[in-house]
Ligand binder design. Sequence first.
Ligand SMILES: NC(=O)c1ccc[n+]([C@@H]2O[C@H](COP(=O)([O-])OP(=O)(O)OC[C@H]3O[C@@H](n4cnc5c(N)ncnc54)[C@H](O)[C@@H]3O)[C@@H](O)[C@H]2O)c1
Ligand SMILES: C[N+](C)(C)CCCC=O
Length: 528
Amino acid sequence: MLTACVLCLARKPTLVKMAQLLRSPLLSSAAIRSASTGTLEVKEPLNFWGGGRVKPLSSSNAEPVYEPATGHVLCQMVPCVDEEVDQAIKSAHSAYLKWSKMSGMERARVMLEAARIIRERRDDIAKVEVINNGKSITEAKVDIDVAWTCIEYYAGIAGTLAGQHVQLPGSCFAYTRREPLGVCVGIGAWNYPFQIAAWKSAPALACGNAMVFKPSPMTPVTAVMLAEIYAEAGVPEGLFNVVQGGAETGTLLCHHPMVAKVSFTGSVPTGKKIMEMSAKGVKPVTLELGGKSPLIIFQDSELENAVKGALMANFLTQGEVCCNGTRVFVQKDILPKFLEEVVKRTKAIPLGDPLLDGTRMGALISRPHLDRVLGFINQAKKEGARVLCGGEPYVPADPKLKGGYFMSPCVLDNCRDDMTCVKEEIFGPVMSVLPFDTEEEVLQRANNTTFGLAAGVFTRDIARAHRVVENLQAGTCFINNYNISPVEVPFGGYKMSGFGRENGQVTIEYYSQLKTVVVEMGDVDSLF
Ligand SMILES: NC(=O)c1ccc[n+]([C@@H]2O[C@H](COP(=O)([O-])OP(=O)(O)OC[C@H]3O[C@@H](n4cnc5c(N)ncnc54)[C@H](O)[C@@H]3O)[C@@H](O)[C@H]2O)c1
Ligand SMILES: C[N+](C)(C)CCCC=O
């Protein structure tokens, strides 16, 4: 058994031409530590398979990736073509053959080592995440903590995976085996680049699968750092791979015949395409899609907590969070006081250089996305909403941030359920406040959406809290808080927000399959 394990961990590049493969780290710790906003340039290849970084076959279709806080070019993203996707998948498959034969405890040990390395490099990874994504360093550090916690959590589960024994008549019996699926594909969004890669890879690897991960073309940098860490921790060469690209590369991944499953995080329109493509190969999918979640604040709420909850529900990561509670329903009696407090706190959010410890809101992901969010605010005004604060482009005083994609966080009042800002996912720092009278009315309005990712309720009435949650059509509900997602509990949506879950024990079912074995202990009792 020991020999098998040692063999599993031996690293020999087989499928990738040596000339393409690079083994020095993507970014040295010294380079990261000396970087500040606007100074980092990533020149190293961003693909990873066969145990090392891989240079693109051609750079003719390279696309610039911008640092959101400055507008500087951070790196070039070169989409992987057919041949490269094929190499990555074959590399994953050969690693899968080794990894799937290791015991859960053996896999757990390697995963725990990966979690330890991430913990050790947490500040460096967080810094690169900030430079690539624009979110504040305080939030990015939490994201990286969530990532290693997730890997640690599934390492803990890896050794517990087991089947059932079922006694049948005549001393016969059956048993079940929980087996991996094979090569799983992960496709990520740009709002939580490192965390999404961890949320997908941790349960996949714990179950004995391999993964090919494609980050968003706007945030290509940190997934490769995760790949390097898994390799350093000792996974078989090719177990976790990164291919870069957008829709075309994603399509190649979904259609590849050696792919057993696709786990996707992104928008509803892309999720539908992923499902269609996967259906052609009868591949299971996990879809973590968008939302327009309701947050219901009853008049008996502890007001300060409700206000803090509303800010947590709307302004993390510049409002670019799938489960945000962007439709804030407030019971009429407390509406004036709630608005006064929420506006006061929103205006006080420190906005600016995301690498500074005191900053609480950084830059949006891109110039077109910033324009789109500002467009929603203009449309809201045209439809009768009142801007109580923010909603303007923001130019920080620091000259190096002049080209950044900043806007002031916005609270909209006078909203109605039929307005565009209330119906559509804005994915920016825009809170729409809606008054309500009764519990029955607010439940009907809260559920009147095709989305169903999350929902929240603030009340001191414990019976009402549970009654309301029971009737909310959402996969993740919060009582007296918002946007808290411990890795021990499942996260995912109802309705068009997707299906399948990430985190929690249940996710094991989405990355494994059950084999039933029926054992005859006597003679065959044949009908023929
Ligand atoms: N539910 C969740 O857990 C969750 C988390 C984060 C973001 N999101 C959602 O993601 C959206 C924002 O992210 P986005 O703009 O990156 O979403 P997106 O759908 O545009 O892209 C997501 C990913 O899909 C890839 N992609 C695009 N077209 C594809 C295709 N045809 N085939 C295969 N892959 C394809 C992209 O390159 C990217 O990696 C929002 O709607 C947000 O709510 C959901
Ligand atoms: C960690 N959060 C805040 C719950 C976000 C999960 C991922 C959604 O975009």
